[in-house]
Write a protein that binds this ligand. Structure first.
Ligand SMILES: *Cc1c(COP(=O)(O)O)cnc(C)c1O
Length: 402
């Protein structure tokens, strides 16, 4: 059972079928004028239309890239370099994906000033905090739509309104939210929006940046004038075709998938919190993605839990795929104000709409058994525990109070 769909997803059959002809028969370069090139160009146009339709944009506002990371880089550096004469101040949050965070870190080394807004204990920024830090020098606000580790959703529409009023460009990393909840660049007042194909059952290595008409960015990859000179290099035609199809499917199935996923999610949260002692939910209980949950278990080491679950056939993760091979405590969970020791006992489960065979009861029992086993070996569980404080919800036999 694959439960790490926030890290990547399986390419769907329909997407793969749509891509297939563009590897061998339709291999033309879209920039050429003869038949086979024109076919590739047509395929790009259709994909561009599909991406645009999925976020309520116009096709000429969609620029294809190599994925979410490149789109974030292009948006942030592209605006920073374009507007640096106007000001060098950028506002973001302290729970952004590394593609945003490290891009901004790079800009700091070039004398840009970055303000990192804190999040509350549920992982959401305060609008008042944002209003306070805006200056005449602020050129860009970059806030992710939904977080990749905890699934919490930010008040994008409100932030967008403020940015619009102040004439500040607004970039949103929507890689996790896209295909899970509505992403409408008009309604949300967004100027630049990053998307990635492989998080929505499309192929890896392709994505897009939405750039609102009238917003100008400096290109990062100079070349043969592709993507209106904003992103040089012969287009990844099969990848873009697959991405376009994945967008169409995601948009068509949005409501149905939302209902299905959120009901599994709620059942999962309910059962984990009511059957496992000292288990907590990371992130906001309400304002969250339908497919992602993140739990924290007292006195557990997340990596050990992952291995036990893997042995039982469940593939989940401790946090984001990008940081799970380092021993550093997750900056996102730390930003929630959690103790670094507790942060290490986290488990992220991200579901796919096609997970029909997923048995929540069986899974929760497996987690409960694994947690119990690990706690029996954990020095933290024995030493630190204030026995009177153990929450006993169902008189499980690992409830020491009983
Ligand atoms: C996965 C992810 C990215 C990076 O996208 P790639 O296509 O893998 O480069 C950026 N932001 C968020 C929130 C992500 O989850």
């Amino acid at each position: 059972m694959y439960l790490d769909n926030s890290a990547t997803t399986q390419v769907s059959e329909e997407v793969f079928k749509e891509m297939e002809p563009y590897f061998m028969q339709e291999f033309g370069n879209p920039s050429t004028l003869y038949g086979i090139g024109r076919e590739s160009k047509k395929a790009l146009d259709l994909a561009r239309q599909r991406v645009a339709d999925a976020i309520n944009a116009k096709p000429e506002e969609i620029y294809f890239t190599s994925g979410g990371s490149e789109s974030d880089n292009l948006a942030i550096k592209g605006i920073a370099f374009k507007l640096q004469k106007k000001g060098k101040h950028i506002i973001t949050t302290n729970i952004e994906h590394p593609a945003v965070k490290n891009t901004l870190g790079f800009l700091e080394s070039l004398d840009f000033k970055v303000t990192y807004l804190p999040v509350n204990e549920n992982g959401i920024i305060e609008i008042e905090d944002l209003k306070e830090v805006i200056t005449d020098e602020t050129i860009l606000i970059s806030v992710m739509h939904a977080n990749n580790e905890i699934g919490t959703i930010q008040p994008i529409e409100e932030i967008g309104k403020i940015a619009r009023e102040k004439g500040i460009k607004f970039h949103v990393d929507a890689v996790q939210s896209f295909g899970k909840i509505e992403v409408d660049v008009e309604k949300l007042n967004i100027d630049l929006l990053a998307l990635s194909s492989h998080k929505i059952n499309g192929p890896k290595g392709v994505g897009a940046l939405y750039i609102r008409k009238g917003t100008r960015v400096v290109p990062l990859i100079h070349g043969g004038g592709q993507e209106k000179g904003i992103r040089g290099g012969t287009e990844n035609v099969p990848g873009i075709v697959g991405f376009g199809k994945a967008c169409e499917l995601a948009a068509n199935n949005l409501d149905e998938h939302y209902k299905k996923l959120s009901s599994i999610r709620d059942e999962l949260i309910d059962k984990v919190l009511s059957t496992i002692p000292e288990a907590y939910l990371n992130g906001d209980e309400e304002t969250r993605l339908p497919n992602l949950v993140n739990f924290r278990f007292k006195a557990i080491e997340g990596e050990s839990l992952i291995l036990l679950l893997d042995a039982k056939g469940y593939q989940a993760s401790t946090g984001s795929a990008c940081s799970s091979n380092t021993l550093e405590a997750s900056p996102v969970l730390t930003a929630l104000g959690l103790d670094p020791v507790d942060v290490h006992g986290s488990l992220r489960i991200s579901l796919a709409p096609e997970s029909d065979s997923f048995d929540v009861d069986e899974f929760v029992n497996t987690i409960a058994e694994s947690v119990k086993r690990l706690r029996e070996m954990s020095p933290l569980w024995n030493q630190e525990l204030d026995y009177d404080n153990i929450m006993c919800r169902k008189h499980e036999d690992n409830c020491r109070k009983c």
